[in-house]
Design a protein around this ligand. Sequence first.
Ligand code: C2E
Ligand code: MG
Ligand code: MG
Ligand code: MG
Length: 283
Amino acid sequence: VAKDQGRRTHRVFSPEMNYKVAEYMWLDTNLRKALDEHQLLLYYQPKISSGTGRVESVEALVRWYSPERGLIAPAHFIPYAEESGLIGPLGKWVMETAANQAVAWQQKGLNLRIAVNLSARQLSNNTLIPTFKEAMASSGMTRCLLDVELTESCLIEDESTAVSLIGQLQALGADVYLDDFGTGYSSLSQLARIPIDYIKLDQSFVRGISDNEVSQALVRAIIAVARTLNLKVVAEGVETENEERFVDEVGVDDKQGYFYAKPMPAEDLEHWLLNNDVLHPSK
Ligand code: C2E
Ligand code: MG
Ligand code: MG
Ligand code: MG
C-alpha cells in the first residue's frame, strides 16, 4: 500500500510542480535573509527627455545579488515577495535606498528624480504613505525627489483607494506614472478617472513598431488622449534606431530603453551621464 501511495504521490507532483515547490522554499528561506544581509541593490535606468535630450529622472529597478546564484532579476522574486508579504519590507527598503541615493546625487550636484516601482499589495494596506514620508524624512530631502510607478493591477481591486493614495503621493511632491500601459485591462477611459502624471507605453507597443500599422495607430490614439488629459507619455523599451524614430515622430515626452542605456548601478550611471553629456543644467 505504501508503495502504491508513493507512486501516486509521484504522479501528482509533476517535475514542474516539484521545481516550483522547491523554488518557493528556496525563496522563502533566502529572500528574507537577503533583506537582512543587504544582498539587494538598486539599478538605475535613465529616462531621456525628448525635447532636450537630457536626463532628469531615472527608474530604480531592484536586483538581488545572491552569494549562491549571482544576480537575480526581479521577475524571479517580486511575485514571491508579493505573495509572501515580504514586498512590504522590500518596498520600504527600495524607497529608503532610492531616497538616500537621490540626496547623495543632489549633494554631488546631480539633480535627478528617482522613480520606484510599486506592487498592488503596497497600495492595499495603510503603510504606503507613512513609509514614503519616512523615506523622504530619513534621507534629509528638502523637496521630494521620489516618484512612483504603478501598474494597472494596482487600480483593479480598489480604484477609489488607489486614487486617494495617488493624490496623497502627489501632494507630497511625487510624480505618478502608470507603468506598462496598454498591456492588460487598462482602458483609455480609465485615464480620465485616475489622476496620474505620466503613462509609460509598454515596450510591446514600441517593439518593431515600424512594421506594425495597427500598433502605430494605437500608439497615436493613446498619445492623442494623453494630450487631451494633460498627461505626459514615456516610451519604454526603445531598443533600435527605428523605434526611436517612431517614438520621436509621435511625440513622446520621455524615452527609455536599451538603445540609450540599460539599468546600471549608481556609480556606473554617474559615469554614463558624464560620458554622454546628458545632464541637465544644475539649478
Ligand atoms: P518595469 O517597471 O516595467 O521595468 C521595465 C523592465 O524592462 C526592467 O526589467 C528593465 O530592465 C527592462 N528594460 C528596460 N529597457 C529595456 C529595453 O530596451 N528592452 C528590454 N527588452 N527590456 C528593457 P527588470 O529590471 O527585470 O524589472 C522587471 C519588472 O520588475 C519591472 O518592470 C517592475 O514591474 C518589477 N520591479 C523592478 N523593481 C521593482 C521594485 O523595486 N519593486 C517592485 N514592486 N517591482 C519591481
Ligand atoms: Mg517601471
Ligand atoms: Mg514598465
Ligand atoms: Mg514593462
